[in-house]
Design a protein around this ligand. Sequence first.
Ligand SMILES: [Zn+2]
Length: 421
Amino acid sequence: MTIREAAKRAAAAVDEERLWRRHMAMAEIGRTRVGGVSRQALSGDDIRARVLLLQWAAARGYEPAVDDIANLFVRRPGRDPDAAPVVAGSHMDSQPAGGRFDGIFGVLAGLEALEALDDAGVASARPIDVVAWTNEEGGRFAPGAMGSAVFAKHMRLADCLDLEDAAGIALRDALAETLAATPGLARRPFGFPIAAYVEPHIEQGPQLEATGKQIGVVTGIQGARWYVVEVTGEPGHAGTAPLGARKDAVRASVAMIAGLQELMHDETDQLRFTVGRIEVIPNSPNTIPASVTFSIDFRHPEAAVLDQRGARIEEVCRRFAGPCDVRVTETFNRPPCAFPVRIVDAIEKAAHDLGIPYMRLPSGAFHDANFIADLAPTGMIFVPCEKGISHSPAENAKPEDLAAGARVLAATLIDLAGPRS
Ligand SMILES: [Zn+2]
């Protein structure tokens, strides 16, 4: 059987109805009154989702394993048991007011792809693992993408253990409880060799829906720079202090933000610039604002744009500060990640051969793929979600689009893992 035949057979065996049923079963775990999902990392609901996934995997005889931060792996063996696996998946935790598809789609599409390979009678040379990375969302224990970051040795597990959630529960204890709830699993080391990693995910943006494409072939993940701007003025009486003598921190901040919007203007509409938090002190209607702190979230797929415009942020803030003092602090800087051509092409070829409409696009949001890309050739497959909405109970996706994503995944996996001749 050629790779192309094997890929087509595997894709044809993807069962749309089964995949949808599993999404709805997972959506019951942590279901909120408004029809969303709250399944926070290392919670009782996270544990229940893990147990359910393991039940489905056991029914097919797949081999479960876990690592020390509870990243969960389910393996369909290949002909060569010692070969590095091809890995597919995402995360099962959600935001506190999250939806039914963010993260879980990648895990369930991975499982569906394995079952499709079984049902099509297609074996692979390499093992194929489905992964559920721990704590991608970071809503309970910050930062997010913790499981993949620790796996990729960007962060040390020891530095995460003392983190506490809002109720004062330490990550150490939540993690121990999670690991104890699924006993007897084989243990994997952090950073074990991975031949390739593919993460299916809902797009979390509007482009696929707007253009009528079912598949986004993701070219990379845009970079981000975050800043905090502190503007210091002088308080005073709103009724008596003459305007000309004021050091009004809000007035200065408004001018700065307008100047920054000018700096961040982008004809191609690729750049993302957000001032999402403004804190005013003393925040009284009758007092001249003494100080303002505002945030900047600036993202772009190209490092040069991040470098050049990012370098001008402080200068623009100073130019519009008037009589106020300003301090600009960069709090986060993550360069863009470009996925290797080999993986991007494999995903595109799979969509093309299956006759599924696709487009290339970068990812606006962060994903576990960010960190795994440092370890292994990585790619992502996007499927449309309604109006691009995510991190919301209104998050929605169509069964046929989810199935298309699983089909492209199955075909890509067999391409990357090699069919057994
Ligand atoms: Zn996600």
